[in-house]
Every structure is written in C-alpha cells, then in structure tokens.
Design a protein around this ligand. Structure first.
Ligand SMILES: [Zn+2]
Length: 324
C-alpha cells in the first residue's frame, strides 16, 4: 500500500480515536482479544464470562489504556469511573506495566537484568497469571483478566520490549548504542528514546516510530478488512508454541520482541537530537529526527502480522491453561 494512503487511513483513525496511542492501538488489542476468545475452551469461556459479568465487553482489551488516559486527565471512557480511579490510586505507576525497555542488542530478556524494573510488562503478566490461579491477591480477578488480555497484546509489539539508547554528546549526530554494557550508563543518564516514542520520521505528533508500530503497521496488516479477520487468516502461518513453564513464557516473548525490535531499528538514519528542556518530562532527549529505510513498510507488515497472530493464540493458550 502506498504510504500516503496508509497515513490517510491512520489520520482518519486518529480523528476518530484521539486517545490511547501508546499500545497496539485499539484495533490491535481488540483483534487479539476477539480471536483469542474464539479459541477458548468452553470452561475457560464460562470462567471469563463470569469474571467479566456486567462489564462493557468493548473495553476489556483496552481498559488499561483507558484507565491510564483517565489518570493523565485525558478523559475517555473511564473518566470519573470509580473502579479505574481506585486502580490508579492503588497502582500509581501502572503506566510502566505496559513495557520493558531492553537494549536493542539484548538477545534475550535475561541478557539485560539491569533493565528489569520491579513492575513491567513481563512481571505483570506473570503476576496476573498468579492472580487468576488464586496464588496472588495483588489484583482482583476482573482487573487481572483485563490486564493480562492487554499486556499479552503489548508484549508482542516489539517496541514495547526495547528502547534505543543514545550518546548525544554531539546533538547533530546522536549515536545509537545496542549492546547491553554500553547502554547501561546511557540508561542511567536517561538517554533513551522510550521505546521509540522520542524518535520522529516526520513533523506530525504521531510520526513517532512507536506510534508507527502501534497503529500504522497494524493498519497495513488489516487494510480494509475487519482487524480480527486479518489476524484470523494469519493464525496458520505462525508457530506460537513457547517452550518451558507457563510462568516463564513472558520472558521468552519479551526475548522474541527485543530481537524483532532490533530489526525495527535496522537501517534507520538518525538526524539531529533536540534535548529535553521541560522539567516536567523525564529524560534528556526531547526528540531525534530519523529517516526510515526503503522497504520499511513491508518489513513492519510481516513482523506485525506474525506478532498479532501469536499474541491471540498465546493469550487463549494461557487462559485455557489457567481457567480449567
Ligand atoms: Zn498498553
């Protein structure tokens, strides 16, 4: 698809849904959840229905994004929602649950232990597994289900598991570092791009590499189909099996994603860096200009097709294993 056409679709989508631009986007999350539900066993389906009884089904997969929007004063479906307010009050830093910023050169989650925060997309998927198994009470069952549905989506978006780290000594020529050891001091001095949120391929607000992977890449996969249909058609094309114990699967999935993120940064040219001067924003970088290489849209489409399908299969596998 021509890039201008893709951007036109994205633009229309953004007008329709101006919030929640920091995860797969509604289309990706809802498609993953819709396909996963169709793969649930009767027992798991009954358990899910019981846990979510009385809830708005259209919000399950995006509840975490909406709750965060409400916390940030952006309004939305959960503005003044008592449950979301209680969630945000109890878990002040739930925005960090959506990702883990591993260096691009990490070839596994375990290869970068200094980059593992206490709560991240990896730890919180494990935690919600434990809650649904009755082994943890950190969250209630309904919140845990919403969280795991959302985060198994997020962990499959490559840029939710990685970040670029830069030497910005020369602001005109920021240097991307990848290997874990050289990224650590850059992380400590807050010279990361926050999962591609601070690198821009154009002047628009949503011309961030992160938003491209959340939304533009998903639109390129689904085109004019219903997103869930596009995901369903691709299920047979992927091997979604994960070795080892279920509670270790999120580590494996993050390891896959960081390797895909390295591919997402391949061939990008980095231009000038604008340093951050806003004390309300964290980090030393405000933005870095980038140029995407030729063929980038085709590359992102292949990766995103696979990741959406894997997320749907794996989400169903986890719920089927727990909710027997
Ligand atoms: Zn998210």
């Amino acid at each position: 698809m021509k890039r201008t056409f893709a951007l036109a679709i994205v633009f229309v989508w953004c007008l329709a849904a101006p919030v929640s631009l920091f995860a797969w986007g509604d289309d990706g999350h809802n498609a993953i959840w819709e396909v996963a539900q169709s793969r649930l066993t009767p027992a798991a389906k009954a358990a899910v229905d019981k846990i979510l009884a009385g809830d708005k089904p259209e919000l399950t997969a995006v509840w975490m994004d909406r709750a965060r929007d409400a916390a940030r004063g952006k309004g939305g479906d959960l503005e003044k929602d008592a449950e979301a307010e209680a969630f945000n009050a109890k878990f002040k830093y739930n925005a960090s649950w959506h990702y883990v910023d591993l260096p691009l050169g990490a070839d596994s989650y375990e290869a970068a232990p200094d980059f593992h925060p206490y709560d991240s997309v990896v730890t919180m998927i494990r935690e919600t597994m434990a809650v649904l198994e009755g082994q943890s009470q950190r969250l209630d069952q309904r919140t845990a289900l919403r969280v795991i549905v959302h985060l198994i989506g997020d962990i499959h978006q490559p840029l939710h598991c990685a970040s670029g780290f830069y030497d910005i000594t020369d602001l005109q020529h920021p240097v991307l570092h990848k290997d874990v050891a050289s990224c650590l001091p850059l992380d400590k001095s807050k010279c990361g791009d926050q999962g591609g949120n601070l690198i821009f391929f154009g002047p628009g607000t949503y011309d961030q590499l992160h938003a491209y992977w959340d939304i533009d890449a998903v639109k390129r996969v689904t085109l004019l189909q219903k997103p869930a249909e596009a995901v369903r058609k691709h299920l047979e094309a992927v091997d979604a099996s994960t070795p080892g114990h279920m509670h270790d699967w999120p580590l494996r999935w993050a390891g896959e994603s960081v390797k895909l993120a390295a591919r997402a940064y391949e061939g990008i040219q980095f231009g000038a860096c604008t340093p951050n001067t806003d004390p309300k924003k964290s980090g030393k970088i405000s933005r870095i200009e980038i140029k995407l290489p030729d063929g980038y849209d085709d590359r992102s489409k292949v990766i995103t097709s696979d990741q959406l399908a894997k997320a749907a299969i794996r989400l169903a596998d986890v719920l089927n294993a727990i909710l027997k």
